[in-house]
Write a protein that binds this ligand. Structure first.
Ligand SMILES: Nc1ncnc2c1ncn2[C@@H]1O[C@H](COP(=O)(O)OP(=O)(O)OP(=O)(O)O)[C@@H](O)[C@H]1O
Ligand SMILES: [Mg+2]
Length: 265
């Protein structure tokens, strides 16, 4: 059964999409079957893995609003093990179109149900808003990964996000947990980066991933070629960091499994 991770932070430009794409690639490189769901009308995850937004292609909008089966919208990328459910601008309408709908926060969860067994990991790239799309992602997910950019206002808005996660847990999805807080665009030559890192590690404790994602031009360039960093520049520091992150997440799962086995004994 797939482990479903929502990549969320309502703050814009913190590295959600870069993380969703390249963590997906890192997991797929470990010979796992990975589905990337683009849940942002900007469609950056879609183009970032080289999938074109054509009129005849089914997207997440068709699944959330037109009752299409999720399977119909899965597109195979050119990267082994990595598939994507694309997004396009139509998704902008989701918040309005679903406003009076029944169980409107449950659409993605129930759409994923029939295909969960086909994948090892499902990653959901959320939009920069605590809107109905992010809510659907949090309701569908087992865990949430929060990328935070190492900058002065890093913690701004985080309490709102934590609050939302808590409310989703209480109302819809009791198993939701925090997979981890990921420091992105990390530049260890800057005092500010190190200061922000120490604040975040103090605030979140062990919830912060050991792996940090360096600021790297190669990571920023890759999506314009429709490539993951592993395909674009496999030996770059950015590629290494996302492989390391994939390993850290796999070790979380191993730890959870052995703890479950221990408590069953
Ligand atoms: N580690 C990095 N090093 C250098 N540039 C990066 C890094 N991570 C992301 N970027 C760049 O920063 C910008 C924002 O990143 P990204 O699109 O991943 O953020 P986002 O949180 O998904 O944004 P949005 O909120 O708009 O969806 C992009 O131009 C991206 O290429
Ligand atoms: Mg994005």
């Amino acid at each position: 059964m797939a482990h479903i991770i929502a990549v969320a932070n309502q703050k814009g430009g913190v590295g959600k999409t870069t993380t969703a794409i390249n963590l997906a690639a890192g997991l797929a490189a470990s010979e796992l079957r990975v589905l990337l769901i683009d849940s942002d009308p900007q469609g950056n995850s879609t183009s970032g893995v080289g999938i074109e937004k054509t009129a005849d292609r089914k997207t997440l909008y068709d699944i959330l609003l037109r009752q299409a089966h999720l399977e119909e919208a899965i597109a195979q990328t050119e990267f082994e093990g990595l598939s994507v459910v694309p997004a396009d601008q139509n998704l902008i309408a989701t918040n309005l179109d679903l406003v009076d709908a029944d169980r409107r926060e449950d659409r993605l969860r129930s759409a994923l149900e029939p295909i969960k067994n086909h994948f090892d990991y499902i990653l959901i790239d959320c939009p920069p808003a605590l809107d109905l799309l992010t809510l659907n992602a949090l309701v569908a997910a087992d865990s949430v990964l929060v990328p935070i950019q190492c900058e002065f206002f890093a913690l701004e808005g985080i309490s709102q996000l934590v609050d939302t996660i808590d409310r989703v847990k209480a109302a819809f999805n009791p198993r939701l947990r925090v997979e981890g807080v990921l420091l992105t665009m990390y530049d260890d030559r800057m005092n500010l980066t190190r200061q922000v890192e120490s604040d975040l590690r103090e605030f979140f404790g062990s919830e912060v991933f050991k792996t940090v994602i360096p600021r790297s031009v190669r990571l920023a360039e890759a999506p314009s070629f429709g490539k993951t960093i592993l395909a674009y520049d496999p030996r770059s520091r950015g590629a290494e960091a996302y492989i390391q992150l994939a390993k850290e997440i796999l070790s979380h799962e191993q730890r959870a499994r052995s703890e479950a086995a221990k408590s069953a004994r």
